[in-house]
Design a protein around this ligand. Structure first.
Ligand code: ACO
Length: 428
């Protein structure tokens, strides 16, 4: 980190604050000593101007629509790589050799089964429970089953629990789906790829042969790549904050899943498809655009806008082309795709969306693909959680391995009552 300085005047006092530069991206003003030197805090609810950590995993330039994993552009990874390879890259920092990839894939494959006792957890849930609620519970429960790898001070155990999480999350997600539709759980088949295995565990039934459609497997694998990591977003920051106290990785992932479920974050893909269904036909689009622009109406165009991207989300570009590939492979069409394309066109020529730099995000088209593959909308965020697990795990490992790591403990601007004396109940 190269050093520069920023000068701050406060209450007639002048202090110098170090400014650090990363390899690319904005500089950061280091305010760690600010409170000790001035007695003041910085104030940044929503963290719009705050870097919470150092990280060498993912880089986003929101203005330019750039997303890099370990330096590699997301478009190149989505086009040429596989989810297993991207997972290796996120965890280890470099693309693997063939032998390293084979070894990694074998290790992940070996951990795909879950403890049989974990299956009985599912029957404690209502069949109509949202699968994200089930995911929060079951992933949180993993620490009760894999106690032997929860010592976070041991790098070998950290690696084992990381592999367990990445390997078991598709099994757990598929089981959540199977439980919701009342079908028997399907055990993993380790002859299949990571993504092929997940498709089979989700859609196969014991009564019939199941064949993975290669184009669908490829499309879903690409969707997983597009969701694998995204810098210090809300759920990743949740995982880091939970992990900063020394909590075990399974508990941290459950915290990440809980955060991801929100409609402003991972829940948006479900909300985007529901919105497209509500709009229905292109002739009704203008009405919804008008609602989105109306300050007195809470309605927002779901799948539009992003905290960081003030340009086209590069993941949305890949998603849009993947829709066509999946439709072709499955020989289906969905009139909602036409509605989505038209909605994008109308919104992007409307000054409201142009001025506010609101573009389609990754969630705008993903729902159409997932729906064509056969996933119900309630599973969309589960698939996001499945793919993001590797990002959470990589970020969690990076944080734990950092010798300067501290418990995350933000402060506040207090706006409550000033000190006052307790009033006995009889006098109130
Ligand atoms: N439709 C209509 N107006 C919008 C939208 C939208 N989708 N998104 C933002 N705006 C408007 C806001 O009303 C606000 O207007 P104002 O300045 O006149 O008050 C302005 O654009 C800025 O919006 P903020 O909410 O302040 O921006 P922020 O960065 O906090 O929010 C967010 C980003 C939450 C993603 C927002 O754009 C949104 O709610 N989008 C819809 C939900 C969505 O698609 N989420 C998925 C995000 S991607 C992901 O998690 C994988």
């Amino acid at each position: 980190m190269s050093e520069n300085q920023a000068t701050l005047n406060i209450d007639g006092k002048t202090i110098d604050l170090p400014v650090h530069s990363g390899t690319i991206g904005p500089d950061v003003i280091d305010v760690r000593k600010l409170y000790a030197q001035t007695g003041a805090f910085t104030y940044d609810p929503g963290f719009t101007s705050t870097a919470s950590c150092d990280s060498a995993i993912t880089y986003i330039d929101g203005d330019e629509g750039v997303l890099l994993h370990r330096g590699y552009p997301i478009g190149q990874l989505a086009e040429n790589s596989s989810f297993m390879e991207v997972s290796y890259l996120l965890l280890n920092g470099e693309l693997p050799s063939q032998a390293e990839l084979d070894d990694f894939s074998r290790t992940i494959t070996r951990h795909t089964m879950v403890h049989e006792q974990l299956s009985s957890f599912y029957s404690g849930f209502r069949r109509d429970a949202h699968p994200m609620a089930v995911m929060c519970g079951v992933v949180g429960a993993l620490s009760a089953f894999y106690h032997d790898s929860t010592d976070i001070a041991d790098p070998v155990l950290r690696k084992i629990s990381s592999h367990r999480l990445i390997a078991k999350i598709p099994t757990i997600a598929a089981m959540a789906y199977k439980y919701s539709v009342g079908q028997p759980f399907v055990y993993p088949d380790n002859r299949l790829s990571y993504t092929g295995n997940f498709l089979r565990m989700t859609f196969a039934v014991p009564a019939e042969e199941y064949h993975v459609v290669p184009e669908v497997e490829k499309a879903l694998d690409r969707i997983f790549i597009l969701h694998a990591d995204h810098e210090q977003n809300a759920s990743t920051s949740t995982v880091r904050l939970a992990g900063s106290s020394g909590a075990n990785p399974f508990a941290c992932m459950a915290a990440g899943i809980a955060c991801l479920w929100g409609p402003a974050h991972g829940g948006a893909n479900e909300a985007a498809l529901n919105m497209l269904r509500e709009i229905g036909t292109p002739d009704r689009i203008q009405h919804y655009i008008d609602r989105a622009k109306d300050k007195n109406d809470p309605f927002r165009l779901m799948g539009f806008g992003h905290r960081v991207y003030k340009n086209y989300d590069p993941r949305a570009t890949v998603m849009q082309s993947t829709v066509r590939e999946v439709f072709q492979a499955l020989n289906v069409t969905d009139p909602l795709f036409e509605t989505a394309l038209r909605l994008e066109e109308i919104a992007l020529s409307d000054p409201y969306f142009v001025e506010k730099k609101l573009f389609p995000n990754v969630d705008f088209y993903s729902g159409i693909i997932l729906s064509a593959i056969g996933f119900p909308t309630t599973m969309f965020t589960v698939l996001f959680a499945l793919a993001r697990t590797v990002g959470w795990v990589a970020q969690w490992n990076e944080m734990i391995a950092d010798p300067g790591q501290k418990i995350g403990r933000p402060r506040q601007l207090y706006t409550g009552p000033t000190p006052r004396d307790y009033v006995p109940l009889a006098q109130r």
